[in-house]
Design a protein around this ligand. Structure first.
Ligand SMILES: Cc1ncc(C[n+]2csc(CCOP(=O)(O)OP(=O)(O)O)c2C)c(N)n1
Ligand SMILES: [Mg+2]
Length: 801
C-alpha cells in the first residue's frame, strides 16, 4: 500500500507495484468477460461489470486506508478487489446467487452481482472494530441511492474529530481521520440525491471524496442529455473553494492515465483527510468494453466511431502501452502476467460454480432418493417416478426444483399413510427451515441488542411528580438523554437554535453544543442519509423529519437503503437510526399526518411506532436507544400542549415494542386504534357507555412490530366484535391491522359481527377544522359505526339511529 502522503506518483511507483496493478486490472477484466459469458450461457440471470474502469479504481484503492469507507455502486469490483476485500470466487458466487456466507460474504446471494459489503458485525450481530477494516457499505441498485448515506459516513468523521467526548469510541474512529470514498456513474449525477448531497457536503465541510466514473453514458443515454455543459466538473465549478469561500476541491483526470490517476487520488485523499474538505474527482474518458450490462448490447446505440474510440481508449490497453513505453516490462513479461491472470479468473469461476452446485447437491440427491424409495410398491408409483424423472433431468437445478418436486409429490400422496410420505414431509420441513434462514432471515436485528429483547420498565410517579405540557416532558427527557449518552446527536430542520418547531429540544443546543443538536438545510433525503451514515459508525443519531408527510421526500432512501441494510447483508451491517417526526391529525392536503399504510408497506426492516402521548414516546426512545434496529417514531402533534405527568425514572423506563395497551375495558366490542385516535375513541367509548355499549379500547402503540403476544385476540374472545379505526386512507393501516388480527390471530373464529374498519376518506384532508371533521374519522363516526354494529346484532336493544 502506498504511503498516504503528498507524493508525486513517479516517486511512489515501483515496477513491482505497476506490474501487480496490471495483473489485477487484467484479472478483473477477465472476470468481467467470463461473467458475461455465464449469463449468456444461462448460469446466471443478470450481470453487470466493472470493465473499462479498472485503473481509476486501483488508484482510488491506493489512497484508501483502514477505517475508511466506500459508498459506491455496481461498477466497483476492481476497487474492492484492490482493497483485498473481494476474491474472484466470491464475485462469481454472487453472480450465481450462492446463499452460503462463506462463499458469498457480501450479501449471501441476496443481491445481484456487483454489490459489495464488508461484514462489520460479528456472528452475533455486534460491532467489529471498523478502524481495522476496509469498509464498504453494501451497495444498492437504485442509481445515486448510495450517495445520501455517504454524507453521514463523512459527517461522522467530523463529529469524531470535533467532539472529544467520543474519543474512546476507538472501534469506530481515530480522531475522525477516516474518509469516505463515494462512487457514482456520470448519468446518475443527474439525480437530485447527488446534488443535495454535494451541496450539503460543502456546507458541512466533511471528508467526502466523490468519484464520478464518467463513461459518457447512462445505459443508452449520452452525457449531453444528462448533465449541463456535458460535464459534471464544469457543472460543479461554482462549488470549487477559493480564498474567500469554503467549498470543495475539484479534480479532473483521464481514466486511462495510470500515473495521473494515482497522483490525483493521493492528493485528493490527502486534502480530504487532513482538512476535512469534500473533493470531487471527475474521472473522464472511461469506457464500457462490454456495454452497460448483460441486458443489451451497446452496438445498438453507440456509433461505430464511438466504439472505435472506446477500443482505443480502453484503460487496460493504454496502461499496457505505457508500461512498455516506459520500460517497466517487456512484452513477454506482460504476456506471462496475462496468461496467469486468465488462469486465475478461469479457476475462480470453475471453483465458484462447483461450490455453488455442491452446496445444493445434498438436498437434491436426497429428494431424488426419497422419491424413488417412496415410489417403490406405491399405488402412485408412476406419477411419483414421473415427478422424479422431471427433477432428475433439470438443467442446472436450483433449490426450488427439488422443493417444488417434493411438494408436488406430497399432493399426489395426500391419502397415503406410508413412511415414504413421512420422510418426504420431514425433508420438506427441514429444507423449509433452512430456506427460511437463507432467504428470509435478518429483516430485523437478531443480536443480543435487538430492541425486541428490551424489557418493559414501567414509568414511576411520585406525589411530587410534576404535571407539565407534553413538549416540556420531551424537553426534560431529551436533556437526560444528551447528558447520559455522548453518542446521541439530534439534527434536522429547526432542531438546533429554536429546539425544533414544537420545542422538544428547546434550550438543549445551548447546553450541549451545536455539535450535538444541529440545524440542517431543508433536505429530507440527506437528513436521513446523514443519520444512516452516522448510525453505521456507532453513533446514535435522532434525526428529524419536521412533519410526517415530508417523509415522502426521503422515502426512497428509507426503503431502498435503510430498510434493506440488515437484510441485504444477512446481518453483516446495521444502522440503528431513530427517525423522529410528528403527525396524526395535522390539517391540510400536505399535512395529513397520517400516511401510515405507506410506511407499513415501505419500511419493513424498521420499527414503526405510534405513541399516543409523549410519555409513551419517551419510553420508546429509551427502548430504541438500548436496541440496534432502525425505527420511525411518529409523535402526536396535537399532544404537545396536553398535560402529562413526568415520570421519575426518565432514564430507565422503557415501553416494550409490540405490546398494545388496553386503555378501557369493555365487553361488547373491541376497538383497535393508535396515536391521536386513541383520545377520540376513548371519548366515543364514554358516550357509547351512555348508550349501553361497553367498548374495549386497545392502543396498539407499535404497528411494526404488531401485537407480538396476541393481546387483541384475547379481547375479541370476550367481545366477539372488532373495529379497526385510524386516520389513514381506506385500505391503509386499518386494513393492515385487520389482516394482522383477523388472519394473523385467527380472530374470525370468534367474531359474531363482520370485522370492520373506520378510516379517513380516500382524498387528502382539506385544511381547517371542517376539513378534518369531514375527511377524518371523528367522534360521531366512531359512535355511529360501533352503534350500527351493535344494532345489526341486536336491533331491539339498539334500534337504528
Ligand atoms: C433510480 C433508478 N433509476 C433507473 C435505474 C436503471 N439504471 C440502472 S443503471 C442506469 C444507468 C446508470 O448510468 P451511470 O450512472 O452513468 O452509470 P454506469 O452504469 O454508466 O457506470 C440506469 C438508468 C436504476 N437502477 N435506478
Ligand atoms: Mg455512465
Amino acid at each position: 500500500m502506498i504511503a498516504n502522503e503528498q507524493l508525486r506518483s513517479t516517486d511512489i511507483l515501483s515496477r513491482e507495484k505497476i506490474l501487480s496493478d496490471y495483473r489485477l486490472a487484467y484479472e478483473s477484466r477477465q472476470v468481467s468477460l467470463l461473467g458475461r459469458r455465464d449469463v449468456m450461457g444461462g448460469r446466471a440471470k443478470f450481470g453487470i461489470f466493472g470493465d473499462g474502469k479498472e485503473l481509476a479504481q486501483i488508484a482510488a484503492a491506493s489512497a484508501f486506508n483502514r477505517g475508511d469507507f466506500r459508498s459506491g455502486y455496481y461498477r466497483d469490483q476492481t476497487f474492492v478487489a484492490a482493497l483485498g476485500e473481494l476474491r474472484w470466487t466470491e464475485f462469481f458466487a454472487q453472480l450465481y446467487a450462492h446463499t452460503d456466507l462463506e462463499a458469498e460474504p457480501n450479501t449471501a446471494g441476496r443481491s445481484m452481482n456487483g454489490h459489495f459489503a464488508t461484514r462489520w458485525l460479528d456472528d452475533q450481530g455486534l460491532w467489529r472494530n471498523q478502524t481495522e477494516l476496509y469498509n464498504s457499505v453494501c451497495d444498492i441498485a437504485p442509481t445515486a441511492g448510495q450517495v445520501p448515506r455517504a454524507l453521514g459516513l463523512a459527517y461522522a468523521s467530523k463529529l469524531f474529530r470535533n467532539n472529544h467526548a467520543l474519543s474512546d469510541l476507538t472501534n469506530f474512529s481515530h480522531n475522525g481521520n477516516e474518509i469516505v470514498f463515494a462512487t457514482i456513474g456520470d448519468a446518475s449525477t443527474s439525480q437530485g440525491m447527488f446534488w443535495e448531497t454535494m451541496n450539503a457536503a460543502g456546507v458541512l465541510q466533511v471528508p467526502l471524496l466523490m468519484s464520478v466514473w464518467d463513461d459518457g453514458y447512462g445505459i443508452s443515454v449520452p452525457v449531453e442529455y444528462q448533465t449541463i455543459k456535458g460535464s459534471i466538473s464544469k457543472a460543479l465549478a461554482g462549488f470549487q473553494r477559493d480564498s474567500h469561500d469554503k467549498g470543495m476541491e475539484i479534480f479532473t483526470v483521464k481514466g486511462w492515465d495510470y500515473a495521473a490517476l494515482l497522483e490525483t487520488y493521493q492528493q485528493a485523499a490527502q486534502i480530504c483527510r487532513t482538512q476535512h474538505v469534500p473533493v470531487l474527482v471527475h474521472v473522464q474518458e472511461l469506457t464500457q468494453p462490454q456495454g452497460h450490462s448483460t441486458s443489451g448490447s451497446h452496438e445498438r446505440y453507440k456509433s461505430r466511431q464511438r466504439l472505435t474510440w472506446e477500443a482505443e481508449h480502453d484503460c487496460n490497453r493504454i496502461f499496457r502501452q505505457w508500461i512498455l513505453e516506459n520500460g517497466y516490462a517487456v512484452n513477454d513479461e506482460l504476456e506471462t502476467i496475462e496468461a496467469e491472470a486468465k488462469q486465475v479468473a478461469k479457476r475462480a469461476r470453475i471453483s465458484a460454480w462447483d461450490a455453488f452446485q455442491t452446496s445444493m447437491k445434498g438436498d437434491f440427491d436426497e429428494a431424488l432418493d426419497l422419491l424413488q424409495q417412496t415410489a417403490r410398491h406405491n399405488a402412485k408409483s408412476a406419477e411419483l417416478m414421473a415427478i422424479r424423472e422431471e427433477l432428475r433431468k433439470t438443467f442446472s437445478p436450483v433449490r426450488r426444483d427439488a422443493v417444488s418436486a417434493v411438494r408436488k409429490a406430497l399432493r399426489v400422496l395426500r391419502n397415503d399413510t406410508g413412511s415414504g410420505r413421512q420422510r418426504l414431509k420431514a425433508w420438506l420441513e427441514r429444507t423449509d427451515a433452512e430456506n427460511a434462514d437463507r432467504f428470509s432471515s435478518h429483516l430485523y436485528s437478531q443480536s443480543p441488542e435487538s430492541p425486541m429483547l428490551v424489557e418493559g420498565v414501567p414509568a414511576q410517579f411520585t406525589n411530587e411528580s410534576p404535571v407539565l405540557d407534553g413538549y416540556l416532558l420531551l424537553q426534560r427527557y431529551f436533556e437526560s438523554v444528551f447528558a447520559r449518552d455522548e453518542r446521541v446527536v439530534a439534527l434536522g430542520e429547526d432542531v438546533g437554535q429554536i429546539g425544533d418547531v414544537n420545542q422538544g429540544f428547546a434550550g438543549l443546543q445551548e447546553k450541549f453544543g451545536e455539535i450535538r443538536i444541529t440545524d440542517t438545510g431543508i433536505r429530507e433525503t440527506t437528513i436521513i442519509g446523514q443519520g444512516i451514515g452516522m448510525a453505521m459508525r456507532g453513533l446514535r443519531p435522532i434525526v428529524e423529519i419536521q412533519y410526517f408527510d415530508y417523509v415522502y421526500y426521503t422515502l426512497a432512501t428509507l426503503t431502498d437503503d435503510l430498510a434493506t441494510l440488515h437484510y441485504r447483508t444477512k446481518g453483516g451491517q446495521k444502522a440503528p437510526l431513530i427517525i423522529r417526526t410528528r403527525g396524526h391529525r395535522l390539517e391540510g392536503i400536505w399535512h395529513s399526518g397520517s400516511p401510515m399504510g405507506t410506511m407499513l408497506s415501505s419500511l419493513r426492516g424498521l420499527h414503526v411506532l405510534v405513541p399516543r402521548n409523549m410519555t409513551q414516546a419517551a419510553g420508546f426512545y429509551n427502548t430504541l436507544l438500548k436496541g440496534d434496529d432502525p425505527a420511525l417514531l411518529i409523535e402526536s402533534l396535537n399532544g404537545y400542549r396536553l398535560k402529562e405527568t413526568l415520570p421519575a425514572n426518565l432514564n430507565e423506563f422503557c415501553v416494550p415494542l409490540g405490546v398494545p395497551d388496553i386503555l378501557r375495558s369493555g365487553s361488547d366490542l373491541t376497538v383497535v386504534t393508535y396515536g391521536s385516535m386513541c383520545r377520540i375513541v376513548l371519548e366515543a367509548a364514554g358516550q357509547l357507555a351512555e348508550l349501553g355499549i361497553q367498548v374495549e379500547v386497545i392502543d396498539v402503540q407499535t404497528l411494526l412490530p404488531f401485537d407480538v403476544h396476541q393481546v387483541i385476540i384475547e379481547s375479541i374472545k370476550k367481545t366477539n366484535r372488532v373495529l379497526f379505526a385510524d386516520e389513514d386512507v381506506p385500505g391503509g393501516a386499518s386494513a393492515y391491522m385487520m389482516q394482522q388480527v383477523v388472519e394473523g390471530q385467527n380472530a374470525y373464529r370468534y367474531l359474531d359481527s363482520a370485522p370492520a374498519t373506520l378510516s379517513a376518506k380516500a382524498h387528502r384532508p382539506p385544511y381547517g377544522s371542517d376539513g378534518d371533521y369531514f375527511s377524518k374519522p371523528n367522534i360521531d363516526d366512531v359512535i355511529e359505526i360501533v352503534y350500527s354494529m351493535m344494532s345489526e346484532a341486536d336491533p331491539v336493544r339498539f334500534p337504528q339511529l
